[in-house]
Design a protein. Sequence first.
Lengths: 574, 111
Amino acid sequence: MIAQGNKGNAPAHIETDVLVIGAGGAGMYAALEAARAGAAVVLADRSLIGRGGATVMAQMTVAAALSEQTPDHWEHHLADTLAAGRGLCDERLAALLCEDGPHRLREMDGWKVGWAREDGHIKQAQAPGHDRPRCAYVDFLSTGPAVSRTLRAQLNLASGIRRIGELVIVDVALRDGVACGATALHLPTGEAITLAAKAIVIATGGLTGLYRRNSASSNMGGDGYALALRAGAELVDMEFVQFFPIGHLAPRLVGMDPIMWDPFRYKLGGKLLNAEMREFEQDYATRDTRSDGRYVLTRDLATYAITKEVEAGRGSPAGGAYLSFRHLSEAEIRDAFGPVVDRLAANGIDLTRRAIEVAPIAHYHMGGVRVDETLRTAVPGLYACGEAIGGANGANRLSGNAITEALVFGARAGRNAARHALKNSPLWSPRAAYSTLDLLRGAKRRDAPNPAALVRDLKALMADEVGPFRTEQKLQSALEAIARLKTDIGETPFWSATAFDPVLVDWLDLRNMLLVAQSVAVPALARIESRGAHQREDYPGLDEAWCVNQIVALSPGNELTLRRAAPSSGRAAA
Amino acid sequence: MKATLAIQRGAPGEPARVESFEVTFEPGQSVLDGLRALRCEADPSLAFRFSCINANACKECMMLIDGKVDYACTVRLKEGVTALAPLPKKILIRDLVTEIAPPDERLLPRP
């Protein structure tokens, strides 16, 4: 235990070349590439390895210009990515994503991920916002689990990678402003440990766990953003949180990812209906110049359409829209859904008889840690990749780009971190962990407030006041509430003096989540226009003057600072 | 509707104790929904594993539910008593948490 044995004693210590934080798709790929480059790697995750994060949850598609289904070039993919990003993409990162994507998908193919095939080629579907069929997948909602499983199998084959699950990284350790390791909480024992590393890769995914309804794993409260900020790195585009328009709402569906409906809607022409049982998407389609007229709206507009229908009193009983497949026969549904039909039946859902209800759900974060084209942050030795970085997707992400960026940026960050590690000497000093060890050792038993309830309250607050549709009043009120919650948790951790202590974990999460919530609300309040996933009801419409990125940092006095910069253009060398 | 969760709690070396909690639920909600609500409303120190919440993707929430090994995220809450206990053949860490990580993915080799 923290307060027992270890007070004053040196904590357990591990040394490595590269520390990768987070074992989702990006982190696993980073670990593989860093090891391939000759570095010793520790791959740490607060969950079990390969079980947490977003990748394993992804049921959808992976976009890359493979030219399997139809002739394609990565420049076309880039054009679509930049258009969806509404002028805010970091073109260097977007180009890297699109150019490297096919290499990573082919490598995964060689590792037998099992991309769906047809007539001897990889099948590619056309998702909204793409100019042609570009999205590979693994059949029957298995893309993410298959990607995850494949990378885990490669981890097992690789040498030089030590995997450690159940390890919560509390802070990145610094020496003279250079990242030199980390301090962590080992959940099963409740003990603090320290890790020395010559390079660190943040691969902790996004922040959708800050919202009441989300499609993420429980560990996605934005840890990595807080780690990066406190280490001195910058965040970019934090106001852009993507809401997935048709997350499952009712009836209660267990054992399935709430975003499962999209591919079926796509394949089968599922109809989105309001309470009057009328299709309403076309009413909003004219607002989107890139609408393909078929599967009409991109995610931001579909989210807008459903929210506006609900506000106009035309929502479904649970407060969303109906999604109906009733125009199809039982055989057509069975053919398309395969074994998923049985899983739905176990939830009492028969699509031939009734429409289900869907509503927008927090799904992905466009913003994140600001990195250059080598995936390095402003802090020497500190890298980031995957959903945890910002820039590649600007104000709105194309469907299919999330797994691609996990693989591409993961690989790049791992390789570059390894190169950095192999040409630098270790900088670790036990002193670099003192402040975090003191924080953990100061933990006190407290009966109130209940940190689990505070986490719940914060999620409700973010959904209600920093959701897809924002106003100055709501954002101000959110910032005040966040400040109150900060006072409630104080600066001394709560704990219950046990191993695997969820009270301490909640407190550490709140420490991160409140900082990250603020990092979303502050730029959202400043951006007085509507663009992509950031919609201000008091400032509707895009304002060309706001074609800038907002950058968040933490001042030496622990205040959030905000500045603006023009989006980076120009290409990275491949 | 109300469900009673009778939960076996404690750490290794302590005598196991059963604590009962009542949770309000809507039909269709899972045992995991109940456990999460219980932490917010009654006892935040209750330990159980979960990651994906809903999707039965992470397989972390495996426990003994009414004597049967099952996932808390897929078993529904019911009226009356549901007994929850840690997996019997795994090393107990605390409450409903057992050591289920593969040995080479742990920090410390445990006996």
